[in-house]
Design a protein around this ligand. Structure first.
Ligand SMILES: *[C@@H]1O[C@H](CO)[C@@H](O)[C@H](O)[C@H]1NC(C)=O
Length: 439
């Protein structure tokens, strides 16, 4: 009770001897009571509480802190701990908010890009009267980007006519076909064509024959070793897959491309027979109006009774050995899709080309939105049409096709020569010795 005594001494000092003994006792009692209150307040558990472990529970759900026993310094520690855990929860909440904001932003970006796609197509219009409305078929061309391949840009600047040209890929395996191919092109007088040489032999073969050539070998555009080996030694289908990859640069440079296999004989200038209204304009594997241009193929399932007839849409595939691409975003997207799939699947490039072109969007898949046009199968003629139908028909055999593609027959060289003999050299019986199909 030192404080009380000191207080008493002070009272004694201040009060001097004038205070009575009774009043001093009252003062001491009052001071003692006040001191008691003060100690009771600050030390509710007394002075000699053993040092207990901090014993508190932080409820996870409402984050209340319950003290069972502690000292003031421990209480400070607890408050600190509570503050730390609260700020950790805060940080977690902020993270969650950021995540939600990001999701929202991405969602809005998706909506935004969809709106942009609409904007690219132009302003909104009111629909006109019945029979006058027409959807967009002819997409805008890309802005030419010479930086993707300045070498090729220079070559194409010299070779192309009206920013379009025929492009063929070739390695030494198809040297003889290539010769018939470029000879027929020269005969017609088509100036805008080029051979993408996949090996040096073909490159020099073209040069010595005055054929415009772009040598992939010398322009180290591709680091991909696999591509190089396919290019040099690959057979028909393997090389065929490469074209989708190589054509991209032609389109990026702003050129329209008529991709051509080399088992094609040119009889007229194809650029006089194109519509140029679609992203993709392709020859067909079809052999009559139905198979070439599409038809309603009715599937019969008698068990279904009343609903036994299921209607299906059918057409023969586009031939990926002769198609015209305008330099548009959907055309480039088509090339990318086919290239990407051929890199991961052991698939036939023509099948992939058609699937990407025609399968619509469905759950889990966004289809390509490219416009397409099927070429006239009598003008851009496949060898089935020629050997099965045309050569036996007195009227049809008088029509001169634009090209004949010997795609349906393995004896390509002899049939190509026969086509030249029949249509160019006037040998009426040149096509007669061959069977309709292969034997
Ligand atoms: C095939 O279609 C063309 C026009 O696309 C038409 O002129 C011709 O008569 C049709 N042929 C047959 C056999 O239906």
């Amino acid at each position: 009770m030192t404080g009380a005594r000191r207080d008493g001494a002070m009272l004694k000092k201040d009060g001097g001897g004038q205070y009575s003994k009774g009043s001093r006792i009252v003062a001491s009692v009052v001071a003692g009571v006040i001191a008691g209150f003060i100690f009771a307040f600050f030390y509710p558990y007394g002075f000699f509480v053993p040092s207990l472990p901090v014993n508190h529970v932080i409820s996870e759900t409402n984050s209340q802190v319950i003290f069972s026993s502690c000292e003031s310094s421990e209480r400070v520690n607890i408050l600190k701990a509570e503050f730390v855990s609260a700020s950790e929860r805060n940080a977690e909440l902020r993270k969650q908010v950021r995540r939600l904001k990001e999701k929202l932003r991405l969602a809005e970006q998706g909506k935004d890009s969809a709106q942009k796609r609409v904007l690219v197509l132009g302003e909104q219009h009111k629909a006109g009267p019945f029979g006058t409305v027409k959807g967009l078929q002819t997409n805008p061309t890309v802005v030419p980007d010479e930086s993707v391949n300045p070498t090729l840009a220079k070559i194409l600047d010299q070779v192309a006519v009206n920013r379009e040209l025929i492009v063929a890929l070739a390695n030494s395996n198809v040297k003889e076909e290539l010769e018939i191919w470029f000879t027929s092109i020269k005969r017609v007088g088509i100036p805008n064509y080029i051979v993408v040489a996949l090996d040096d032999e073909i490159a020099s073969f073209c040069q010595s024959n005055d054929v415009p050539v772009y040598n992939r070998d010398n322009s180290k555009g591709d680091e991909d070793k696999g591509i190089e080996s396919i290019a040099k030694t690959g057979g028909n289908h393997a090389v065929s897959g490469l074209k989708f990859r190589f054509l991209r640069e032609f389109l990026q440079l702003g050129y329209s491309v008529l991709l051509s296999d080399v088992d094609i004989v040119y009889l007229q200038n194809p650029f006089e027979y194109l519509y140029r209204d679609s992203d993709v304009e392709s020859m067909t594997d079809g052999h009559n109006n139905l198979t070439a241009y599409g038809y309603n193929d009715v599937f019969d399932e008698p068990k279904m009774g009343w609903a036994r007839y299921a209607h299906t849409m059918r057409m023969w595939v586009y031939n990926s050995g002769c198609f015209y691409l305008r330099p548009t975003i959907p055309s480039i997207e088509l090339l990318d899709r086919v290239t990407a799939r051929l890199a991961h699947e052991n698939a036939w490039d023509q099948a992939v080309f058609n699937e990407e072109l025609f399968f619509p969007s469905h759950p889990g898949y966004d289809g390509l939105h490219a416009s397409k046009r099927t070429m006239d199968y009598f003008l851009f003629m496949n060898s089935k049409v020629l050997f099965k139908t045309v050569r036996k028909d007195s009227k049809l055999s008088q029509i001169k096709p634009v090209i004949v593609h010997v795609n349906y027959h393995p004896d390509k060289l002899v049939r190509m020569k026969a086509v030249v003999d029949y249509y160019v050299n006037g040998k009426q019986d040149a096509l007669t010795p061959f069977p309709d199909g292969s034997e």
